[in-house]
Design a protein around this ligand. Structure first.
Ligand code: NAP
Length: 352
């Protein structure tokens, strides 16, 4: 059986999702929404840097709402709740890295829309997603009496070839005040708070835990080359964001990101540590465990410009979830509701 799938937006995650979908035995790409006018009418394969596949992108929402499809992989820059609701109401399941990792009371109307239409909405990705909630939950099954959970990213952002995002959204390269006033903490808090809540739910921590946020900044002490240009002394060259779920004054679950423009000429003198770029998932209890993930970072400047492995992993997680989400009970479903979701064998090695 194959599922008819629409890709929504062709940025970094969207184009990687198209490439992964073309290799997935249970997926037929049948449509694609694009934001920019100059992408309208172009072949989806061509937009994703592969051979043409004979399916053309459109900037018309109505055209895709009317299309017969089982699922939409929804990866635009910002989520439009009205569009998500319309996609669900049109009978399409939706998988997205933009939210709905853990539904809350605020999602009641969307939940009703999904249930009435008999479809499922699922939020997934890497961070939020795999690293910050799925793997902590899975790893914790081998520990009793959990006292603390940590999921943390350590990245050298000189490998992130998105100068506008780095400068104007993440606020690297400007003043400390500009970074403090920037949108990043707010943008990240929504998703990472959902990760913490999923951990609290899944492991049975007190749901009344208080969520605390932290944002620390390092500045350059000498000029630093970066994808956004030279970062001058005194300007932002490192940022650390942290979210803690706190019970009785102690953190019981933490999600953190450490984003550095290299490891030299920073004040404070932050480094990524001896283990370098990585993601870590740690569980404290009986016994305690620590898992380090490599391969999802970008290998810094040598591979700048290549598809970022974390973005590709995000796209793969979305694509691989499609058959499971299409078969799920209707509603907004998290990792706690869905079965274990696996990747698929390379076509050359697949079951015949
Ligand atoms: N959960 C996770 O682990 C995870 C990981 C990575 C990314 N994300 C999220 O996934 C989303 C996509 O990331 P990305 O790396 O693919 O971003 P990206 O490369 O910047 O691509 C964004 C896409 O959104 C489109 N777009 C631009 N402005 C828009 C607007 N005003 N309304 C709707 N669409 C617009 C762009 O269209 P054009 O190309 O036509 O201009 C582009 O296709 C982001 O929100 C990001 O935060 C989540």
């Amino acid at each position: 059986m194959t599922f008819r799938v629409v890709q929504w937006a062709t940025g970094g995650v969207g184009t990687a999702a198209v490439r992964a979908a073309l290799l997935h035995p249970e997926i037929d790409l049948v449509g694609c929404w694009v934001h920019s006018d100059d992408k309208h009418g172009r072949d989806i394969g061509e937009l994703a840097g592969t051979d043409p596949i004979g399916v053309h992108a459109t900037s018309s929402v109505d055209e895709l709402l009317a299309l017969d499809a089982d699922c939409v992989i929804y990866t635009p820059l910002v989520a439009d709740k009205k569009v998500v609701a319309a996609l669900l109401a049109s009978g399409k399941n939706v998988v997205t890295p933009l939210g709905w990792f853990r539904p809350s009371e605020r999602d009641a109307a969307l939940e009703t829309t999904a249930v009435d239409a008999g479809v499922t909405l699922h939020g997934t990705g890497i961070d939020p997603g795999g690293i910050t909630d799925l793997f902590p939950l899975a790893l914790s099954a081998m520990t009793s009496a959990v006292t603390f959970v940590r999921a943390e990213e350590f990245s050298d952002l000189r490998g992130y070839a998105a100068p506008d995002v780095l400068r104007w959204i993440m606020r690297f390269g400007g003043s400390v005040q500009e970074a403090k006033d920037g949108p990043m903490l707010g943008l990240l808090t929504g998703g990472f708070t959902q990760s913490l809540r999923l951990i609290l739910d899944g492991m049975g921590f007190d749901p009344e835990a208080e969520i605390r946020t932290g944002h620390e900044i390092a500045v350059a002490t000498a000029p630093i080359d970066s994808p956004l240009g030279v970062i001058e002394p005194g300007c932002v060259a490192g940022q650390r964001f942290q979210w803690d779920a706190v019970i009785d004054g102690s953190s019981v679950a933490r999600v953190a990101v450490n984003w550095l423009m290299g490891e030299e000429n920073l004040d404070p003198p932050w480094t990524l540590g001896l283990a370098g770029e990585r993601y870590e998932v740690e569980i404290e209890g009986t016994p305690s465990s620590l898992v380090t993930f490599t391969g999802f970072n970008s290998d810094a400047i040598e591979k700048a410009g290549d598809p970022n492995p974390g973005i590709v992993a995000t796209a793969n997680h979305l694509v691989n979830s499609v058959p499971y989400v299409c078969r799920a009970e209707p509603g907004i479903k998290s990792y706690l509701d869905l079965p274990l979701m696996a990747g698929r064998a390379h076509p050359k090695l697949a079951r015949r």
